[in-house]
Ligand binder design. Structure first.
Ligand code: FMN
Length: 449
C-alpha cells in the first residue's frame, strides 16, 4: 500500500482541472469517491485508507468549483455538470472504477451511469441518495447551503452552520473532515473554499424523472447505503430506488444520518469493503482443500493472531519462556485464559510443575524478542528486562503491550500439545502501543494506536 495520499489532477468535461487525492497500488482496482455537494474530498480520507489497505486504489475527487478544483467555466453547478465531469474523469482512468457518491454526487453518478457512462464503471455505491426529494426539503437544504456564503468567526460557527443543513438529525461528530472544506482568511474569518456560484445549487425536486430513467437502465452491481436517521432520504425512498435498479442491494447503518461516511466511518467502511470483496473480488477465488499437515498449517495460518511470550520460573527459580500465538481468552467469570505448549518443548515439565505462568503480549517493537523466544537456547532472557510482581508470580517482560499473571487452573490433553488453562490474577496493559501480529507465517504490523 502506498504510504500516503498523492495529489493527482483530472480534466473535467469542459477542460476544468479537478483536484484529487489517491492512495493504493497504481495497478489495483479503482474506487472513485465523490463527496457530497458542499464538502471537500477530505471527507473520504478514512475510507480511502481502508480501501488501500484492502488492496484497492482509492481516488477522492473534489467536485467542480469545490476546494482545490477549478470552477466550472460556464458556472453550471447542476446534475448535468457534475455527471459530465464524472464521465470525463472515468475516461482518464486506466481501468473501470467503482464509483461511490453521496447525496447529489451519488445522483450525478447514477445519471452518468444511466446516460452512457456505465461502460467505464465496475459498480455503483450510492450513499444517502433519493430520487424523490420533496420540494420543502429541497428548499430547506438550498437555503442552508446558501449560508456557506457567510464568513464565520470560528470553527464552531462553521460547524453550527453545517449542522443546520440537516436540523432534524444528530449534529455531525467527525468534524475534522468537514472543516476541510473551509479555510481561515487573513482577516481571521472562516470561509468556504470554492466558487460562490455553487451556492445556488440545483433543484433536486425537479430531477426525479431523469433519475428514474437512469436507474431503470442500470446494469451494474449497485449498493444503496442509508443511515437510519437520515431524514431527507427515507427508508421507503431507498426501497423504491432499490426496486428500480436491477439487482441492487441496500443496507442501513444504525444511528447514521447525512454524515454516515465520516460519523460512522468504521461501519461504513465495513459495508463498502464487504460489498466490494463479494461483488468485485480482487482475485479469482481458488480454494485449496485437503487434510495433509502442510495444507492444515497454511489453513490455520489464515487466522491472524497476536504474539505472546509465555513465561514461568523453573524449579531453580530461573526464568524460562517461549513464543506462543496459541493464546486465547476463555472465560470472564472466572477469568480464564489458555495457551498450548508442544509436548516436545524443552520446558514442558517446568510449565506443568509451575503453579503460575505469565502471558506477555508483544508490541510492534518486540519482534526481536519474539524471534529470540522461538529459537532454541538457554540465553533467552539475556539482556531482556523482566520482573516478578510483588507477592510472587511469573516473569513479566518490561514494556510488553499487555501482561496476564495467572495461576494454573487446569491442564488438558491437546494431541501433540498440552492445553494449559490459567486463572488471571492480574492484568496490565498499555493501550497506546500497536500490537505485533502474526498471519500466514509472517509477522504483520498495523498502526492504529
Ligand atoms: C509466532 C510464533 C508462535 C508460536 N506459537 C507456539 C505455541 O503456541 N505453542 C508452542 O508450543 N510453540 C509455539 N511456537 C514455537 C516455539 O516458540 C518454539 O518452538 C520454541 O523454540 C519452543 O521453545 P522450548 O522448546 O524451549 O519451549 C511459536 C513460534 C512462533 C514464531
Amino acid at each position: 500500500m502506498a504510504a500516503s495520499m498523492e495529489q493527482v489532477w483530472f480534466r473535467g468535461a469542459q477542460g476544468n482541472r479537478l483536484a484529487a487525492s489517491a492512495i493504493g497500488d497504481g495497478d489495483a482496482p479503482i474506487v472513485l469517491l465523490l463527496p457530497a455537494v458542499g464538502q471537500s474530498r477530505h471527507v473520504w480520507s478514512g475510507a480511502a485508507i481502508a480501501l488501500a489497505a484492502a488492496g484497492r486504489r482509492a481516488i477522492c475527487v473534489d467536485l467542480r468549483g469545490h476546494c482545490d478544483s477549478e470552477p466550472a467555466p460556464g458556472g453550471d453547478y447542476d446534475l448535468s455538470g457534475y455527471a459530465a465531469d464524472l464521465a470525463a474523469v472515468l475516461a482518464q482512468l486506466p481501468s473501470r472504477a467503482t464509483v461511490v457518491g453521496v447525496g447529489p454526487s451519488g445522483l450525478a453518478a447514477l445519471v452518468a451511469a444511466g446516460e452512457g457512462g456505465a461502460d467505464l464503471m465496475s459498480a455503483l455505491v450510492l450513499v444517502g441518495v433519493t430520487a424523490w426529494v420533496d420540494p420543502e426539503t429541497a428548499a430547506r437544504i438550498r437555503v442552508a447551503l446558501e449560508r456557506r456564503a457567510e464568513a464565520f468567526a470560528d470553527e464552531t460557527a462553521v460547524l453550527d452552520a453545517i449542522a443546520r443543513v440537516h436540523p432534524f438529525e444528530p449534529a455531525p461528530s467527525a468534524t475534522r473532515q468537514l472543516i476541510g472544506a473551509y479555510e481561515r482568511g487573513e482577516d481571521a474569518l472562516w470561509r468556504w473554499r470554492g466558487d460562490a456560484r455553487t451556492f445556488a445549487g440545483f433543484d433536486l425536486a425537479a430531477q426525479s424523472a431523469r433519475i428514474e430513467a437512469a436507474a431503470a437502465k442500470l446494469r451494474l452491481p449497485a449498493l444503496l447505503i442509508r443511515g437510519t436517521l437520515n431524514e431527507s432520504v427515507s427508508r421507503a425512498a431507498t426501497d423504491r430506488l432499490q426496486a428500480m435498479i436491477a439487482g441492487a442491494e441496500a443496507v442501513e447503518i444504525d444511528g447514521g444520518g447525512h454524515y454516515v461516511v465520516t460519523d460512522h466511518e468504521d461501519a461504513f467502511n465495513a459495508r463498502l469493503l464487504e460489498f466490494l470483496e463479494r461483488r468485485l473480488p480482487l482475485q479469482a477465488r481458488s480454494y485449496q482443500s485437503g487434510a495433509d499437515p502442510r495444507l492444515l498449517r497454511d489453513a490455520m495460518g489464515c487466522f491472524g493472531t497476536g504474539v505472546t511470550v509465555v513465561t514461568t520460573l523453573d524449579a531453580e527459580g530461573a526464568p524460562i519462556g517461549f513464543t506462543a500465538n496459541s493464546f486465547t481468552s476463555v472465560s470472564l467469570d472466572p477469568p480464564l485464559v489458555l495457551f498450548c505448549i508442544a509436548r516436545k518443548s524443552a520446558n514442558l515439565q517446568s510449565f506443568v510443575d509451575a503453579r503460575s505462568f505469565a502471558i506477555n503480549i508483544l508490541h510492534i517493537g518486540q519482534q526481536p524478542t519474539s524471534d529470540r523466544f522461538a529459537r532454541p537456547g538457554d540465553a533467552r532472557f539475556e539482556g531482556i528486562e523482566w520482573q516478578v510482581r510483588e507477592g510472587g508470580g511469573a516473569p513479566i517482560l518490561t514494556g510488553s503491550r499487555a501482561s496476564f499473571d495467572c495461576t494454573t487452573h487446569a491442564i488438558h490433553d491437546g494431541g501433540d500439545h498440552l492445553i494449559v488453562v490459567g486463572r488471571v490474577e492480574r492484568a496490565d496493559f498499555e493501550p497506546h502501543r500497536d500490537p505485533l501480529l502474526y498471519l500466514q507465517g509472517k509477522y504483520r504490523r498495523v498502526h492504529f494506536a
